[in-house]
Design a binder for this molecule. Structure first.
Ligand code: ATR
Length: 282
């Protein structure tokens, strides 16, 4: 792995696949805003070589990493110290190489979602009835920070019901959380519905009842893409008042990582706007 150029600080995102990651563009823009000389790479890691690749990156002068699918669990295990929110998520998306030699692990996904909902979309979370679809790693990462917002209740609905009930059990100490299958959602209404399933990858939508959204309800897909996710199209057709993808969350979680690494919070609004324009112009 080549050495970092000149006096630039060296960071990267590791994952697989990672070629289309927007993280380099986001961090370079944050650094420009803050007057920091930064080199930020995208490194595709082969399964089984995560720890070795991290070590090589560090030896080449790397100071920190964002970690994406499928290495968030390995990053959790690799960290010597972890934030409380990383412990709660059981996954790490941000590594910081401390001067002491220790590797610090954080998880900024959940706070990224909360900031996007509460700040960018001005959605009040307190007391709201929230439905979360899916019970995998993505959902596990957001539950803690969501519950800390004083949300009224969270229902986790998943295809494999046992995973939803186990996850609800794991977070029971943090709020009113229940797990179930999609079939028992009939007759229930929610203020915020968050899609954390991987169904969109197969152009599918979980089997949801037609009447799911309360008045003024928000539908949020954790994923993002150049085209609206199938869940977002479904939500519009089923009267959700507001529908959004996870692009804002992506930028917000990056900002939180940036803050951890550089001690300064960058402005996210212009970066989200810029990425949206890029997506709409193809
Ligand atoms: P991630 O880390 O992205 O969350 P994951 O841990 O593999 O990935 O979890 C994927 C989630 O999407 C799971 O909740 C999965 O449901 P199961 O637990 O039943 O497997 C859900 N999922 C994937 N494809 C789906 C589909 N076509 N319909 C509904 N749920 C789906």
């Amino acid at each position: 792995m080549s050495e970092s150029r000149s006096n630039s600080q060296l960071y990267a995102v590791m994952g697989n696949p990672v070629r289309h990651s927007k993280s380099p563009a986001i961090h370079i823009e944050f650094a420009r805003q803050c007057g920091i000389a930064l080199e930020y790479r995208a490194i595709e890691v082969e399964p089984g070589s995560f720890a070795r690749t991290v070590e090589e990156f560090r030896a080449a002068g790397g100071q920190g990493l964002n970690i994406t699918v499928p290495f968030k669990l390995e990053a959790y295990q690799l960290a010597d110290e972890r934030s409380a929110r990383a412990e709660l998520a059981g996954a790490v998306n941000t590594l910081k190489f401390e001067n002491s030699g220790a590797v610090y692990g954080d998880n900024t996904d959940g706070v990224g979602l909360v900031r996007d909902l509460a700040t960018n979309h001005a959605i009040a979370l307190k007391g709201k009835r929230v439905l979360v679809l899916g019970a995998g790693g993505a959902v596990r990462g957001i539950l803690g920070p969501l519950l800390q917002q004083g949300i009224g209740s969270v229902v986790i609905a998943n295809r494999t019901v046992s995973k939803a009930t186990e996850l609800a059990h794991a977070f029971a100490a943090h709020g009113d959380v229940n797990g179930c299958g999609f079939d028992v959602l009939h007759g229930q209404r929610f203020d915020i519905v968050i899609n954390g399933t991987a169904a969109s990858l197969r152009a599918e939508v979980p089997p949801l009842p037609d009447e799911l959204f309360a008045g003024q309800a928000v539908a949020y897909d954790l994923m993002y893409g150049d085209q609206p996710m199938p869940f977002m199209i479904w939500a519009r057709e089923h009267s959700a008042a507001r529908v959004t993808d996870g692009l804002g969350m992506l930028v917000e979680q990056a900002a939180e990582s940036f803050l951890l690494w550089h001690g300064v919070r960058p402005q996210t609004g212009p970066v989200i706007e810029h990425l949206r324009q890029g997506a709409s112009s193809g």
